[in-house]
Design a protein around this ligand. Structure first.
Ligand SMILES: Nc1ncnc2c1ncn2[C@@H]1O[C@H](COP(=O)(O)OP(=O)(O)O)[C@@H](O)[C@H]1O
Ligand SMILES: [Mg+2]
Length: 382
């Protein structure tokens, strides 16, 4: 049976056509590729693609819904539209901590403007003001502030101090932002990862002009460089296996020899020959096509053929619990408050955590304030 690969794309004009040609070459008549063609989308109908590479549904909700139906019908959608819909950067950082991949210290901030159709009353669970002293001491300055879900450098700010942060936060409207420790890096890499197994590490200089960002050299050599490349390779695989992405890039900022994962939620990463350069373009075309052909050949009728990450798989069918490499902390632990370990006389020697009174939820709506209200900053955070 001939297997069919489709590609769904938007304005990009180099990768899709090269990908189609490469699949048709590698598929040797057994696997063929074409742009996805849609003239209607009816529920529960299989439109006949064994594999679809999705490069655009993050911008087109109609396509995302089409792909979920296709996935249900058995199409291997790259990347899995269900996971992509659920995912965002803050969660990814939390997951990275759990699997032992270093990430910058990060705090989630409530949006500056309230979401449409909400009132102050909708935010009674949020303490006013936030614990800014803690947040500033934890993150430090300068810091990065960026959307918890997004990409393409949109609304990414570098902030120098609390006043700067509040001024820039006021520009971000309803976006939920993350405040993040700045990694002052010696070296930076952008890494393609396909099928959770093919890895291509590209030296990247984010401080260069857009068209020169991939025109840079690694800052290390010899054994030190080999070791760094191995660590970056392993972290990239680990992250993509946990998240379940088959097509992604991971960015790492290297500080004192440690690669910190900065941005690893790029399920439709830039693959344009004019920005990534010919060598990187050839790699991504070759491996995307190779992987699509593998997926097409492995396609099995009447089953889900899209990939799922270990986070979802283990949650749905738990495997032996693993101890987090970096133990996750409770808010109370983070505050370094001491939890007394007392031994229950009656039973075992299990530590008993003191019961706390439940936090109060005020019934009265608070006075009019922005959601993330600014508080005068104490001297120690300046
Ligand atoms: N914590 C950080 N430390 C240092 N640089 C950062 C940090 N976060 C972001 N940057 C810089 O900002 C750029 C854009 O941020 P990124 O998280 O990659 O957002 P986007 O998804 O929009 O590309 C990065 O490529 C990097 O150069
Ligand atoms: Mg980025």
């Amino acid at each position: 049976m001939i297997k069919k690969v489709g590609i769904l794309f938007g304005m990009e004009d180099t990768f899709p056509w090269a990908f189609i040609d490469k699949v048709n070459e590698l598929g040797k008549g057994q696997v063929i590729a074409e742009p996805v063609q849609i003239d209607k989308v009816q529920q529960g109908i299989d439109y006949g693609y064994h594999v679809i590479i999705d490069r655009i549904s993050q911008e087109v909700p109609f396509y995302r819904a089409f792909l979920k139906n296709a996935s249900l019908m058995g199409t291997a959608v790259i990347n899995n539209p269900f996971w992509w819909s659920a995912d965002e950067k803050f969660f990814n950082n939390c997951l990275a901590l759990q699997i032992g991949v270093p990430v910058p210290k990060t705090i989630l901030l409530p949006s500056n403007a309230r979401p449409d159709d909400t009132t102050e009353k909708s935010f009674r669970n949020l303490k006013e003001p936030l614990d800014w002293d803690y947040i500033f001491n934890y993150i430090g300055f300068p810091a990065y502030m960026k959307p918890h879900s997004g990409g393409g450098w949109k609304s990414v700010y570098r902030v120098d101090n609390p006043d700067d942060l509040f001024a820039k936060h006021a520009e971000t409207g309803q976006l939920v932002m993350m405040l993040q420790e700045e990694i002052i890096f010696d070296d930076y890499y952008r890494v393609y990862c396909l099928g959770q197994k093919y890895v291509h590490i590209m030296p990247y200089e984010p401080r260069n002009e857009f068209h020169l960002r991939y025109v840079t050299e690694p800052k290390t050599t010899g054994a030190e460089h080999q070791k760094l490349m191995k660590t970056i390779h392993d972290y990239t695989i680990k992250l993509n296996k946990a998240l379940g992405y088959d097509f992604n890039t991971v960015e790492f900022a290297v500080r004192n020899g440690i690669p910190y994962a900065i941005d690893f939620c790029n399920p439709a990463p830039d693959a344009d020959i004019h920005s990534v350069g010919e060598g990187n373009f050839n790699w991504i075309v070759e491996h995307a096509a190779k992987f699509a052909v593998e997926k097409a050949k492995a396609h099995t009728l009447k089953q889900n053929n899209s990939s799922w990450g270990s986070f979802v798989k283990n949650s749905a069918a738990p495997v032996k619990p693993k101890t987090a490499k970096v133990p996750l902390k409770t808010a109370a632990e983070a505050k370094k408050s001491v939890v007394k370990k007392t031994v229950s006389k009656a039973t075992s020697a299990k530590p008993v955590v003191k019961k706390k009174a439940a936090p109060k939820v005020t019934k009265k709506a608070p006075a009019k304030k922005p959601v993330a209200k600014r508080k005068p900053v104490s001297k120690k955070t300046k």
